[in-house]
Design a protein around this ligand. Sequence first.
Ligand SMILES: *[C@@H]1O[C@H](CO)[C@@H](O)[C@H](O)[C@H]1NC(C)=O
Ligand SMILES: *[C@@H]1O[C@H](CO)[C@@H](O)[C@H](O)[C@H]1NC(C)=O
Ligand SMILES: *[C@@H]1O[C@H](CO)[C@@H](O)[C@H](O)[C@H]1NC(C)=O
Ligand SMILES: *[C@@H]1O[C@H](CO)[C@@H](O)[C@H](O)[C@H]1NC(C)=O
Ligand SMILES: *[C@@H]1O[C@H](CO)[C@@H](O)[C@H](O)[C@H]1NC(C)=O
Ligand SMILES: *[C@@H]1O[C@H](CO)[C@@H](O)[C@H](O)[C@H]1NC(C)=O
Ligand SMILES: *[C@@H]1O[C@H](CO)[C@@H](O)[C@H](O)[C@H]1NC(C)=O
Length: 398
Amino acid sequence: MYLIFWTLLLLCILNSQKVCCRELFEVEFEWSHINYSWPSNLEYLEASAKGKYIPENVVFTGIKVYRDKLFLTTPKYRPGVPATLTYIPLRSNKKVNQPLIPYPDWEMNNDSYCGHLQSVQSMEIDPQGIMWVIDGVRIQYNTNCPCKLLLLDLNNSGKVIHEYVFPNEVCLGNGAFLNDIVLDGDHAYMTDNSYIDPGLIVYSKKANQAWKLRDRSMFPEENAPKFSVDGTPVTLKVAIDGIALSPKTVGRSVDRTLYYSPVTGYDLFSIQTSVLKNFSLFQNAKFRDKIKLIGRKQGATDGMMMDNVGNLFYTLVSHNAVGRWNIKTPFNNATILYQNNSSMIWPDTFGITQNGYLYMTSNYVSNYLDPNVELKLSSTIKFRVWKFHSGTMSYMYD
Ligand SMILES: *[C@@H]1O[C@H](CO)[C@@H](O)[C@H](O)[C@H]1NC(C)=O
Ligand SMILES: *[C@@H]1O[C@H](CO)[C@@H](O)[C@H](O)[C@H]1NC(C)=O
Ligand SMILES: *[C@@H]1O[C@H](CO)[C@@H](O)[C@H](O)[C@H]1NC(C)=O
Ligand SMILES: *[C@@H]1O[C@H](CO)[C@@H](O)[C@H](O)[C@H]1NC(C)=O
Ligand SMILES: *[C@@H]1O[C@H](CO)[C@@H](O)[C@H](O)[C@H]1NC(C)=O
Ligand SMILES: *[C@@H]1O[C@H](CO)[C@@H](O)[C@H](O)[C@H]1NC(C)=O
Ligand SMILES: *[C@@H]1O[C@H](CO)[C@@H](O)[C@H](O)[C@H]1NC(C)=O
């Protein structure tokens, strides 16, 4: 009798721990500084000598997983970033300071040609294995090439299958900051958190045309709550940044909901994709009446991503945390899913695998963007790739 009682109690405790630990984010890979996989030692020495590789200046932001590769982007905020799109093997036993391998290769990462990759913040991979790369970080220490969208076939060694060059009025060749992208079949929606001309860019592949929606909800919020990262006050004002798209199945409608938020400010906004795709609502600016304020989050957000059952995962850079809200529930049901004040410093961007894992980067990125911060090489861990078992797939899958 007593034995049964104690066994049941023990089972209960074990079970509740299981529930608890599934909610845990774990560090899968970490780095003190970023190095690359060089073709030869000579090329490494040459790149170092010529200032083409300055290790303390390299930071990764974007992350996506496809089959056995974990892709990471290293945008060029400062000089000395020799490649901008890279990967590491997803299943690797080397967990610390794994060198990044340029993708598709070093040649496509040679920024001497505008057709090659220049400075990439993020990307998305569609269910056909096509990677949509936004090459549009056009800030200081950068390139004279216009912003572009490149489609790479991952089944075919990253061969370029489509290139769209943005007109300057949509994406400033000098001043743009294409930040994130979500895919809706033939359409792509992208955030541009340019200091000069922020907005939400719509691209139709069929029409091979892009347009930009501008609205004050996309600007940094005035009088936004202030916060520090690792003791350094964040003074940068950052516009629309994270975006997430509702899955097709939620609401059973083809009209999907796009969510977005500026980094500076706590508000979460939404707009229907039927509105985004409607060119006349863009031309007469009536789309502005259709923007909804969903509510105020617990903190300031950089990246966001939705899964296929309507969970919106959003970073909380002001709180070293990740939040989760299921869009089928009231917004005040949103919770902080995980927080770690010593290691989750500037949680940035998400990717979801097809077998139920959410990956996320954290990277102290504000230090790299703020030119007043002096960067130093040290053995302190600064960059992490986190893993969380969501048990779901990304918003692009049924
Ligand atoms: C980068 O990698 C190369 C080749 O493995 C190595 O020789 C070099 O010391 C590394 N540099 C840094 C800064 O990690
Ligand atoms: C990039 O291409 C230019 C022009 O062909 C060439 O001079 C340069 O050596 C290349 N850079 C690298 C790192 O391969
Ligand atoms: C790439 O491979 C996947 C898995 O085999 C397949 O589903 C997809 O259709 C392929 N994509 C293209 C563009 O052929
Ligand atoms: C665009 O929106 C307007 C106003 O709601 C509507 O009348 C029109 O049919 C829409 N156009 C398309 C192509 O959906
Ligand atoms: C919202 O959260 C409350 C309190 O945790 C819970 O009782 C309720 O079921 C949740 N609502 C939905 C729709 O999940
Ligand atoms: C992180 O720091 C905040 C603010 O000091 C504190 O409220 C919170 O409990 C801390 N979180 C953890 C998990 O220690
Ligand atoms: C916070 O992160 C550190 C470093 O990765 C880790 O050792 C620690 O266990 C984490 N804390 C919690 C509560 O997960």
